[in-house]
Design a protein around this ligand. Structure first.
Ligand SMILES: Cc1cc2nc3c(=O)[nH]c(=O)nc-3n(C[C@H](O)[C@H](O)[C@H](O)COP(=O)(O)OP(=O)(O)OC[C@H]3O[C@@H](n4cnc5c(N)ncnc54)[C@H](O)[C@@H]3O)c2cc1C
Ligand SMILES: *[C@@H]1O[C@H](CO)[C@@H](O)[C@H](O)[C@H]1NC(C)=O
Ligand SMILES: *[C@@H]1O[C@H](CO)[C@@H](O)[C@H](O)[C@H]1NC(C)=O
Ligand SMILES: *[C@@H]1O[C@H](CO)[C@@H](O)[C@H](O)[C@H]1NC(C)=O
Ligand SMILES: *[C@@H]1O[C@H](CO)[C@@H](O)[C@H](O)[C@H]1NC(C)=O
Ligand SMILES: *[C@@H]1O[C@H](CO)[C@@H](O)[C@H](O)[C@H]1NC(C)=O
Ligand SMILES: *[C@@H]1O[C@H](CO)[C@@H](O)[C@H](O)[C@H]1NC(C)=O
Ligand SMILES: *[C@@H]1O[C@H](CO)[C@@H](O)[C@H](O)[C@H]1NC(C)=O
Ligand SMILES: *[C@@H]1O[C@H](CO)[C@@H](O)[C@H](O)[C@H]1NC(C)=O
Ligand SMILES: *[C@@H]1O[C@H](CO)[C@@H](O)[C@H](O)[C@H]1NC(C)=O
Ligand SMILES: *[C@@H]1O[C@H](CO)[C@@H](O)[C@H](O)[C@H]1NC(C)=O
Ligand SMILES: *[C@@H]1O[C@H](CO)[C@@H](O)[C@H](O)[C@H]1NC(C)=O
Ligand SMILES: *[C@@H]1O[C@H](CO)[C@@H](O)[C@H](O)[C@H]1NC(C)=O
Length: 590
């Protein structure tokens, strides 16, 4: 891929240029748009804005350009990415809902951003999710119905790696085969797949089969769809950026962090935020450039609010603690952080083989990796799960807590059950012996709200990250209902000769009190932070994603969601950015 990028200065180049440092050529160029961050949001913007040959774009990425690294490309190596050179290495503050534990908070640090380091599950969100965004923003353009053209721009449904007949695994009539991001159903079948399918048939009342959870209604049992093609991970860099590599109007600057935005003037009393400062190291030269049209902030839910605060945009009293002069007092910036909660629940099983064998047996792993290198087949090309359930908590749980269902509506789940062919836990290491099946229970409609705040005024210091996981009794109750559902699913006849017993602390957690203690002790994050610069009448962004109280600045990434989508968040971010690009381009043709 990188061979498409010109590394040297060339008078009439036909390709996008990759800059490892800000050369005089770059510094001397006038860019219409400066995009900050090359993750899901930023890559879509870089691609769509450079479709107009007359529009010159600079994309600045803090991480490097090594997005074809094997550890990124091989889905089965994704566990190596946390705390690697592709990770920002954030850690949360002590989480009250996790007995004051701190947990790792990975975010991608490379072209592709977190799409290069995530678990590849592809969700669009639901009708109710998007219709709620439309309500909150007062813009019907964000409704499910009106977003379908943008959903299709993202979607490229491809054949699974093993080429099997996919009838009954998704609904082809609601997918596109000419969008930008390749997705597929699982490319290797697992022995447990038929048991999972049978369990959903046996208990169809509670776990109804849903042919396609990306129809706008997620509820039920489904085959997963992942950003995997021919066994290889598909990222915003392999898709959106690669597609734009043959355009000379795109320049990409890597290894460079934007440190703050600076006003370049005033317009109707609002600061014009088209100035961008960046540096390559903590004490390195600080450069300043100005976008001719707009700055697009796409640094993700942790770094986008951080950059705004460093620029004087946020809660003025918080910024004052760090002697940062307030430019726009917007207290909502950094608050409203929402995330999904993760908990792995393992059962020991009666099996001759599970993926635990690949994780324990180095010889087997080497054989499988060689197979993957040959043609993308084998276990290293698999997504983390072949099947999952998206389900709703019984409304009596909410009424007993004197509250109402926090989800966006009936098409949105309160929790998710991921079926995993191995020992799945972020808390306990793989035991030396035994084979496992796990149900990962995730809280999908959390009521907890966390925040991003400053630890210092140094842009190279990490901000404080407090997702407030399990910060409310409601969220704990949703997790309890998820565990109950997981136990019900595994009690289906289909699993009877397979399951031996619940393992470890999970098995010991039976009463509500024991469950609560277990939940607080073992839960973690699903790595889906959103909402730190929310759109909406009470939010920080206008419906067109411009930042209130400023001109020349839009935020296009997962921070813009006012509520967390009831699905994994890369798909919704791609979709949001597709519409954002269309909104920006509409202003250009005026
Ligand atoms: C471990 C993990 C697992 C996940 N699993 C899934 C999954 O299975 N399915 C799913 O749908 N979603 C998953 N997600 C979430 C999904 O990847 C994100 O929601 C999505 O990538 C968000 O897109 P974004 O554009 O907001 O931010 P990102 O994709 O994170 O992109 C932000 C980019 O901005 C860059 N940046 C930040 N600060 C600066 C700066 N100062 N200057 C320049 N550049 C900067 C970053 O380096 C990064 O490249 C997972 C995420 C992680 C980390
Ligand atoms: C920038 O461009 C100007 C005018 O074209 C030129 O005089 C100057 O040498 C250039 N500066 C650099 C650092 O390339
Ligand atoms: C994250 O940690 C890894 C391993 O220590 C390191 O190589 C990498 O540079 C760190 N990332 C950042 C952004 O500092
Ligand atoms: C967590 O920390 C808070 C504040 O320091 C304290 O009140 C609480 O008792 C602690 N909880 C646990 C389980 O240790
Ligand atoms: C969509 O996938 C097909 C393979 O199924 C591929 O040939 C095509 O190039 C992809 N489209 C894009 C835009 O990447
Ligand atoms: C796939 O399976 C379905 C249902 O079993 C069948 O109708 C269809 O013909 C098969 N397709 C191919 C290409 O074999
Ligand atoms: C940057 O400068 C500060 C203060 O002068 C110093 O403490 C720090 O070590 C330097 N950092 C780097 C990365 O050089
Ligand atoms: C802010 O400025 C005051 C006055 O100059 C100084 O005393 C204080 O230490 C500064 N605070 C920080 C966090 O830098
Ligand atoms: C394990 O393998 C043996 C021998 O092939 C077979 O008889 C047995 O049924 C297998 N057990 C399971 C649980 O698959
Ligand atoms: C490890 O895998 C190899 C290769 O598949 C196999 O021959 C060997 O028996 C396995 N070892 C164990 C302990 O299962
Ligand atoms: C993939 O490569 C392996 C090893 O070379 C070979 O056995 C297998 O048939 C290949 N599969 C496909 C689908 O090409
Ligand atoms: C719910 O409200 C009722 C009536 O106001 C009250 O008696 C009860 O204690 C409340 N329950 C909870 C869990 O707050
Ligand atoms: C964005 O929307 C706001 C509120 O409707 C409007 O004032 C502003 O002009 C719009 N900005 C752009 C660039 O379209």
């Amino acid at each position: 891929m990188l061979s498409f990028l010109l590394l040297t200065v060339c008078a009439a180049r036909a390709y996008a240029a990759l800059f490892e440092s800000p050369t005089s050529e770059l510094l001397n160029t006038t860019y219409d748009f400066i995009i900050i961050g090359a993750g899901a949001g930023g890559a879509v913007m870089a691609n769509r804005l450079t479709e107009d040959a007359g529009t010159k774009v600079l994309l600045i990425e803090a991480g490097g350009s090594d997005f074809m690294n094997q550890n990124i490309s091989a889905p089965g190596l994704s566990s190596t990415l946390t705390h690697s050179k592709f990770d920002w290495n954030f850690t949360t503050t002590p989480q009250v809902g996790l007995n004051n534990r701190t947990v790792a908070y990975p975010r991608g640090f490379v072209l592709g951003g977190s799409t290069a380091t995530n678990q590849m599950i592809f969700c669009r969100g639901t009708k109710d999710d998007w219709n709620r965004f439309a309500n909150v923003s007062g813009d019907d353009g964000w409704s499910w119905e009106n977003l379908i053209p943008f959903i299709f721009k993202v979607d490229n449904m491809t054949a699974p790696t093993d080429g099997h007949n996919t009838t009954g695994q998704f609904n082809p009539t609601i997918h596109n085969t000419s969008g930008v991001v390749d997705i597929s159903v699982p490319g290797v079948s697992l022995a447990i797949d038929s048991r999972g399918l049978n369990a959903s048939q046996e208990l169809s009342q509670e776990f109804p089969f849903n042919l396609d959870y990306n129809s706008g209604d997620t509820i039920g049992f489904s085959w997963t769809q992942s950003t995997i093609h021919n066994g290889r991970r598909v990222t915003s860099a392999t898709s959106y950026l690669t597609q734009a590599f043959n355009r000379s109007n795109l320049d990409i600057l890597v290894n460079t962090r934007v440190t703050k935005l600076v006003p370049v003037g005033n317009y109707s009393g609002k600061p014009d935020m088209r100035g961008v400062q960046f540096a390559q190291s903590a004490n390195g030269t600080v450069y300043t450039m100005q976008a001719a049209k707009e700055v697009i902030l796409s640094a993700g839910s942790v770094k986008s609010p951080h950059i705004l605060m460093l620029s004087g945009i946020g809660d003025a009293s918080h910024l004052a603690l760090f002697n940062i002069t307030s430019l726009v007092d917007l207290p909502v910036i950094g608050t409203n952080l929402q995330d999904h909660v993760f908990l792995g629940n393992p059962w020991t099983v009666n099996a001759n083989f599970t993926l635990d064998d690949v994780h324990r047996n180095a010889t087997l792993a080497a054989e499988q990796l060689a197979l993957w290198q040959a043609n993308g087949t084998g276990f290293f090309g698999l997504p983390p799960t072949n099947q999952f359930n998206w389900l709703r908590t019984n409304s009596s749980v909410f009424s007993s807590l004197n509250t109402t269902d926090p989800s966006a509506g009936p098409t949105s789940a309160n929790f998710e059950l991921i079926i995993s062919d191995n020992f799945a836990s972020k808390r306990v290491a793989l035991p030396a012996t035994g084979r496992f099946v796990s149900m990962v229970t995730n809280v999908i409609s959390p009521t907890s709200r966390g925040n991003i705040s400053l630890a210092s005024a140094d842009p190279f210091d990490a901000p404080l990250v407090n997702p407030n996981l399990l910060g409310t009794d409601v969220d704990v109750a949703i997790m309890r209902s998820a565990i109950q559902a997981a136990r019900n699913f595994m009690a289906a006849p289909a699993w009877a000769d397979y399951i031996i017993s619940e393992f470890g602390a999970f098995g010991e957690a039976q009463t509500d009190d024991e469950l609560d203690a277990y939940i607080h002790d073992q839960s973690d994050t699903v790595d889906h932070p959103i909402g730190t610069i929310p759109m909406g009448t009470d939010g920080a962004l206008e419906a067109n994603l411009t930042l209130k109280g400023t001109v020349g600045l839009r935020v296009v990434d997962a921070s813009a969601f006012p509520f967390i989508p009831s699905g994994h968040t890369q798909g919704p971010t791609y979709i949001l950015a597709e519409r954002a690009a269309s909104l920006v381009r509409a202003t250009l043709s005026n």
